[in-house]
Ligand binder design. Structure first.
Ligand SMILES: C[S@@+](CC[C@H](N)C(=O)[O-])C[C@H]1O[C@@H](n2cnc3c(N)ncnc32)[C@H](O)[C@@H]1O
Length: 339
């Protein structure tokens, strides 16, 4: 049974949250949408209803730090007597031969079947209707959350405006030969913050070991000054390794390297130390150069860390943006432009 009424103008969205940062979701959603009502919440998903308009999903991802994805809801179904309604709603929303990807999640559902089992059943039924399951390159993504007797079905086109977080995961899965998880964080940052890599000729990478970020940028032909006391696994003629802590690097080394177009900081230090390092190194990068820095939230109050970071960085940088990207764990990626 379809629970929505045609006449209701409000849109519903499934919001994906990271449970480590779930406490911020309500405030962040309210800041973007103003008025909204929460109709379901678990530690990973929130379902909300809003009359904020069609672009709400994009705004929720782009204007918040902690929201990874917001997916418009196709329908809410009572599945206690089977999945036929879900299958026909999804099937009818696809063109013949359209490639789809389905992900089911169990959040205190009343079914004994696992989400994976249901996912396979629905997927097979859709394939028998002529649609093509494609986990790597779908045209359309469906997320189904089973909770109690209700199934919340979200639908998102891969080429939609708010695709970005899912796309990261897809392109990341295709990557082989990786040095560290850190590499994903940098790729995600380049994509999410729309960094124009072609503009970059040289980069300073502080906290560079084992070398993932240095490898990514040097693979673009960018000259890298990699700073870390630890060994770099990856070597390249494009990379100069300085075995030193960031704050101990001599002026002569930096002057010889020349002012860089990109400053990367992924060192294992707290938000105050890393942002102060970014400020210190602002003199070694060009005006308009990019900064990509990971704020490590190891302990203390997250809001305080964010405020500290903004206060310190705003002394030397503009266009400061923060986002917890899919591969960030207890950390937030920060993007800024040198003033
Ligand atoms: C998470 S790892 C960096 C991973 C790297 N971005 C990559 O892609 O391989 C953190 C690194 O920060 C370094 N580090 C910690 N404090 C530092 C400091 N003050 N200056 C420079 N490097 C530092 C550590 O030696 C460690 O290698």
């Amino acid at each position: 049974m379809y629970k929505n009424h045609e006449c209701v103008k409000k849109e519903q969205y499934i919001i994906f949250v990271d449970k480590r940062f779930a406490q911020f979701s309500k405030t962040e959603i309210a800041a973007v949408l103003g008025d909204f009502s929460e109709i379901y919440r678990s530690d990973k998903f929130i379902v909300i209803e809003t009359d904020a308009g069609k672009n709400a999903a994009t705004a929720l991802v782009e204007q918040t730090i902690f929201i990874n994805n917001a997916i418009p809801i196709l329908g809410v179904f009572d599945y206690s007597s089977g999945f036929a309604d879900i299958i026909s709603a999804i099937g009818n929303s696809l063109r013949h031969g359209e490639r789809f990807k389905l992900e089911a999640f169990n959040a205190n559902s009343n079914t004994k079947q696992s989400a994976k089992t249901i996912e396979v059943k629905i997927g097979e039924a859709l394939e028998s209707m002529g649609h093509i399951a494609d986990l790597n390159d779908p045209d359309t993504n469906f997320s189904i959350i089973f909770s109690g007797n209700s199934a919340y079905v979200g639908r998102m086109a891969s080429d939609g405006d708010h695709k970005i977080m899912d796309e990261f995961r897809r392109s990341n899965r295709e990557t082989t030969n990786k040095i560290s998880r850190a590499e994903f964080k940098l790729k995600e940052a380049f994509e999410y913050f729309k960094v124009d890599v072609k503009r970059i000729k040289s980069a300073i990478d502080i906290g560079a070991a084992p070398g993932g970020w240095s490898r990514i940028v040097s693979d673009f032909g960018i000259k890298v000054l990699a700073i870390d006391k630890a060994e770099l696994v990856y070597k390249s003629p494009h990379i100069i390794h300085i075995r030193e802590r960031g704050d101990k690097v001599g002026k002569d080394v930096l002057e010889k390297f020349g002012k860089a177009d990109l400053l990367l900081i992924d060192a294992n230090i707290g938000p105050r130390d890393s942002t102060e390092l970014a400020l210190k190194f602002a003199g070694s990068i060009k005006d308009g150069a990019y900064l990509i820095l990971t704020l490590k939230i190891v302990n203390g109050n997250i809001s305080d860390h964010i405020k500290t970071a903004m206060d310190v960085l705003s002394q030397g940088y503009t266009s400061i943006k923060l986002k917890k990207l899919p591969h960030n764990r207890l950390e937030i990626t920060c993007f800024a432009v040198k003033k």
